[in-house]
Each structure stands twice: as structure tokens, then as C-alpha cells.
Design a protein around this ligand. Sequence first.
Ligand code: GLN
Length: 292
Amino acid sequence: MPETLDNLLAETRDRLKAAGIESAALDARHLVSGLLELALAALVTRGREPVSDEDAARIRAAVERRAAHEPVYRILGEREFSGLKLKLSKETLEPRPDTETMVECLIPHARRIALKKGSCRIVDLGTGTGAICLALLDAVLDARGLGTDISEDALATACENARRNGLAGRFETLRSNWLEAVNGRFDIIVSNPPYIRSNVIPDLEPEVKFHDPAAALDGGEDGLNAYRAIASDAGRHLEPDGVIGLEIGFDQKQAVTALFEAHGFHMLYAAKDLGGNDRVLVFEHDPAAPRV
Ligand code: GLN
């Protein structure tokens, strides 16, 4: 007798609970629905339907990976971000819902600039899956984007994600360490750089420290290395009425603001993430500072 969907879901949840996975019930639903390509609601409405032995074996293999703390969306190989389906790969950070805050903060700027100039040029530094840039391009039709990354694997994934989401015509990639290989000026400079202090990395959850790439997490001794590199070059690459959007760690608002102020920028606003932590800073040129 083949398993029913209901039985397999219960088995999955129990296995994950026994492995100490806190979000066992939720993860079970996402894993099973993702692997069977079913909507979450179908898990309820089709619960009595049989699951083939082959699908049951696929699910059980995936459950063992989750029981060993591999994140659900790494196992599925893709996740949704701002309405786009994004493929993940070895050297890309898994896009977080908190980072959608950045997209929401920048859409009004991209629209304002596109309306005024007929286009809006965006550069996303350390683009990873392409998440932030592609979500902005999806929301603002007159915008064009350049995604940079130090990792070739990430650049290939970002390109693939642009193709999958019908955005390849407005998205390019460039291998670059922050702004080093970038030419020209942009209306929006955006980045979710690595910002975790090196000595905190060993304390992160196994899902993060063993499965997100270290290069996307580790911000150096004080967590600020990437911001320093970006701040020192951003003035040469930002259009006069452009903005810089940065994701930050929960306790980095003051330090990152001070760094950018020292390079002639002014903080327009700060936004909090879904958990109420400071997460996004938006800067513009300080009108009083000399231009580079
Ligand atoms: N937000 C991620 C985390 O908390 C870190 C991402 C980053 O360093 N940019 O795991």
C-alpha cells in the first residue's frame, strides 16, 4: 500500500521534531509541498491521496538532510523573494525575508528617478542570487541593473535567476570586489554585504554557518570591512541625486552611518526589519560635502 500524503506529512514532522528542529511542523509542510510541487493548501485538500514510492523515497531522503540541519530552501534549491522564484547555489546567501525591507525602501526611489530621467541605473554589490536587484527590476520597468560579485558561481546563478524571471534583458553581471571593477555612475547603489563579526560566526545556527557561504557572512573583525570598501568608492559612482541602500546588522546603525558620513554622505532614513531590528540604511550625497 502506498503512503497517503497525510501519513507522510505526519512522519516528516515527527522525524524533524525528534531531530530537535524547532520549526518541524512548518518545515515539514514546506519540504513536502516543495518536493511534490504542490501548493501548501493542497496538503490539506489532497491529504488522503496516495504518494508514489518514488516520491516517498525522495521526501525521506530530503527529511534526513533537514534533520542534519540543512535549511529547507537549500534542499529545495530555490526560494521565493519579493514574489520572484530564485535558484540558490553553493556560493549564494539564501535570501531572507528581512531583506525584502530593502526592496520596499528603494522602490520609491527607483520610480522617482525613472520618472524624472526615463531610466534608473542600479548596481547591486555582492549580488549573490541577484535577489535585491532583480526584485527592483521586476517592480520598476524602466530600471536596469548591474549585479557584481566576487564569486563566479554567484554571478552564474544571478544570470540564471534573471532569465527565469524574464529580467535578463535589463540585467548584467560583473566580477568585482565591491566597486573595484565598476565603471561609471549609478542612480542606486545597493548592497547586502557580509556584516557579521568574524568571532561571532562560530555561534551562528548550523543552518547558517554550515550552509550559507562564509564570504557572504563574514564582515571581518568588527563586521564593517565591506562598508569601509564601499564607502571609500561610492562617491565616484553615485549620480548627484542618487541613493545608497545598505543592509546592516542589528547593532551597526551608528557605526555604518558614521562611516558614510565621513565620506560625504547623509543618512536619509533607517528602516527596521520584520523583527523590529535596524536593518536598512539609505544614504544620499551630503549637500554640504565637496563632490568627488
Ligand atoms: N542576515 C544574515 C544573517 O543574519 C547575514 C547576512 C549578511 O551578513 N549580509 O544570517
